[in-house]
Write a protein that binds this ligand. Structure first.
Ligand SMILES: Cc1cc2nc3c(=O)[nH]c(=O)nc-3n(C[C@H](O)[C@H](O)[C@H](O)COP(=O)(O)OP(=O)(O)OC[C@H]3O[C@@H](n4cnc5c(N)ncnc54)[C@H](O)[C@@H]3O)c2cc1C
Length: 382
């Protein structure tokens, strides 16, 4: 049976997230874009409302919602603002490998409190010299008695300054390559950790992105996430859950761009008629609407497969690449439809174009998504 509808609960979730985006995110979005101020007040309200960390299982105090549910929420929040949306949703990426691999003790100690208070976490894998090439990382964690000593530099870490803990991947055995990486849960306040300056990014400016330096940081053995040597699998496996959500956010941004562009195209007149009635503009809007629909379908399929416990890696990459590339093109077309006004910061689409670019870069670039799709197609023998 094929179904395209939402359950009653999912419709309620969508409406709740949409109202939140409309009433709490949109009104402060321009302010946070201009100042780069971290949106703590929005995070507190979202936490109170129960639309953060929704996939934490009930056993650890969470709601235990699925990936489709998360995608529905993510799209609506992103329709409000993807800078604020990224700040709100980045916990998901840090949490995912921990939920997959960590001991009950770690889950109780670090994950449960996130359901009680608006606490943040960060996923620290990328390094200055290793983004797409994760295996090129240099960070090491050397066993010394019942501790690991962590040294290395991480780069572009979302929520680095506001996180209570980081999920960090480092080599425990460089010779073993992919099987020599281990995941650790590292508290931000531990000695030897230095969080860098806030990076000034092109878009999503209120999302906190920084470098982190680890110098002889002592990690208790119990803070190993999963097995020693399982870090690569945990870090990459997390994307099966989070890429559909990031793709959903790209769909949300595209929807916002379409809403602004179509409204403007109905009002703005040239040559005696609304520009929406010029075929060149109407076709741009038609393509936007088409790709928003197609993107959402890919997102929901990838998320649904994840909820069914089926392998969804290829679909997660298809959704991420398609929705990211579409969002960037749709935002650019929205600027085009606004003409000169689109190029100006007094109008909303300029910010959307800046914000859209990152979807083609973080959580794996659009080129890397294509490599994953090709690998899944040809090496796994589909
Ligand atoms: C705002 C922001 C937030 C981020 N948040 C996080 C975070 O929270 N945690 C985290 O760990 N990381 C985070 N990242 C890092 C992000 O995931 C990486 O920037 C991304 O994976 C690309 O890595 P890179 O920047 O090193 O580029 P590179 O890997 O150097 O790539 C440069 C270019 O080469 C292309 N390329 C690379 N290899 C290949 C190949 N084999 N074939 C074809 N093309 C290739 C890429 O697609 C890209 O176009 C964030 C980045 C940004 C900008």
């Amino acid at each position: 049976m094929i179904g395209f509808g939402m359950t009653e609960e999912q419709e309620q979730l969508r409406d709740l997230a949409h109202q939140f985006a409309e009433n709490e995110i949109r009104p402060v979005s321009a302010h946070h874009d201009k100042t780069g101020e971290y949106p703590w007040e929005v995070i507190r309200k979202a936490h109170d409302l129960g639309i953060m960390n929704t996939h934490i299982p009930e056993k650890w105090g969470g709601m235990g919602l699925g990936c489709v549910d998360g995608a529905i929420i993510s799209e609506e929040l992103a329709w409000g603002c993807t800078g604020i949306g990224t700040a709100l949703e980045a916990n998901g990426l840090a949490l995912q490998p921990v939920l997959e691999g960590a001991s009950d003790h770690l889950l109780d100690k670090y994950v449960r409190p996130m359901t009680e208070e608006p606490k943040m976490a960060a996923y620290a894998v990328t390094e200055p010299g290793a983004g797409s090439d994760v295996a090129g990382m240099r960070s090491t964690a050397v066993k010394k008695g019942d501790k690991y000593i962590l040294n290395g530099n991480k780069m572009w870490i979302t929520n680095a300054a506001v996180a209570d803990w980081f999920f960090v991947v480092a080599y425990t055995d460089k010779e073993a390559k992919y099987r020599g990486m281990t995941g650790f849960l590292v508290e931000r306040e531990w000695a030897g950790i230095e969080v860098g300056k806030k990076e000034k990014n092109m878009g999503q400016r209120c999302s906190d992105t920084r470098a982190i330096t680890f110098t002889d940081v002592e990690i208790p053995e119990e803070n190993v996430v999963g097995q020693v040597g399982a870090g690569w699998g945990l870090a990459m496996g997390a994307f099966d859950h989070t890429r559909p959500l990031v793709a959903a956010a790209a769909v949300g941004l595209a929807r916002a761009a379409f809403d602004h562009a179509s409204e403007y195209a109905m009002q703005r007149k040239t040559m005696g008629r609304p520009i929406a009635s010029h075929q060149a503009i109407a076709f741009m809007l038609a393509e936007m609407a088409r790709d928003i629909e197609a993107g959402r379908l890919l997102v929901h399929k990838a998320a649904w497969l994840k909820d069914q416990g089926q392998r969804n890696t290829m679909y997660a990459s298809m959704a991420k690449a398609f929705a990211a590339d579409s969002a960037h093109r749709i935002a650019s077309d929205a600027v085009q439809i606004f003409g000169g006004y689109g190029f100006n910061e007094e109008y909303p689409v300029e910010k959307l174009l800046r914000d859209s670019k990152i979807f083609q870069i973080y959580e794996g670039t659009s080129q890397i998504q294509r490599m994953i799709i090709a690998k899944e197609l040809f090496q796994r023998g589909r």
